[in-house]
Design a protein around this ligand. Sequence first.
Ligand SMILES: Nc1ncnc2c1ncn2[C@@H]1O[C@H](COP(=O)(O)OP(=O)(O)OP(=O)(O)O)[C@@H](O)[C@H]1O
Ligand SMILES: [Mg+2]
Length: 308
Amino acid sequence: VVAPVNLSKLVQEMSRLLESALSKNIQFDFDLTKDLPLVEADPTQMRQVVMNLMTNAAESMSESGGRVRIRTGTTKLDKKGIKALRWGGDLEPGIYAFIEISDTGCGMDEETLKRIFDPFFTTKFTGRGLGLAATLGIVRGHHGAIQVKSEEGRGTTFTLWFPIIKKPTPEILEPEPAPRDWRLKGKILVADDEETVRAVVERSLAKCGFEIIMAKDGEEALERFASENGSLSAILLDLSMPRRNGLEVLEEIRKVNTSIPVLVSSGYASEEFSDRFAAYGVSGFIQKPYIPAALVRKLEEILQGQKV
Ligand SMILES: Nc1ncnc2c1ncn2[C@@H]1O[C@H](COP(=O)(O)OP(=O)(O)OP(=O)(O)O)[C@@H](O)[C@H]1O
Ligand SMILES: [Mg+2]
């Protein structure tokens, strides 16, 4: 049964039990990091692991007495660090929460160290040799790793790493969709000589929250632009219009306003004009016939592009 577990809290909650269950001539040292990142773990198994390691530590100094230190914290493990782990398993580089248990006990020689995780390997009279085998199984089951450092006569340190639960970072969170009427505000000048197009465009843009100014040819477009310049957010120009076509109109507009987004529409494919578009300062192109939703999307695009 896995759940998000704070390993510091788990050890903290066991501290009384450990102190009373293990030998009296052992001094306990808890060094637990507050607000440790959570790990996905089975708490019962985690307690079992801590108990196994603490029991071993206590048993390694049952005669002399000594100190056991339990530390928790986080470390970043890179590829090199993972490779250096003798019982590392195949971890991904990243941030890990760790529990470290060090004792000042008898320590182990290299021959013993090699076999400690083998089931039934024990050097103890009463031991069954299952504690560490079970521990390794649990750690692997949690996609973690174990490291052991030991020096004969001086002591042993077991470190266990567990992958932390990564909270979704703001970068990968989907941005909140902006409310429609917030983005789609503004006054749009629409110039098209086809009456049906003007009617459809006016209706659909107004529905999205835009204010519309209409012009039915190039000359009228320039007049409207002159009287509305400054209050306009964008301009939609059809390429083929009587009394000045779209590009001629655009040329005039760019003489006085270089920044206003201008969307050009045409029944011709855009490739036929694309080389000229750049020179005229076209912000976007929409192929006719278009559906209102496509027009709205294009307008959103060029309005957004302008904001940046
Ligand atoms: N902290 C330690 N210091 C010194 N030796 C250790 C330590 N931990 C483990 N060992 C060695 O590793 C062996 C295997 O440990 P493991 O916990 O698997 O079995 P055990 O303690 O012998 O028996 P069980 O845990 O089943 O009662 C031990 O017998 C001991 O030799
Ligand atoms: Mg044991």
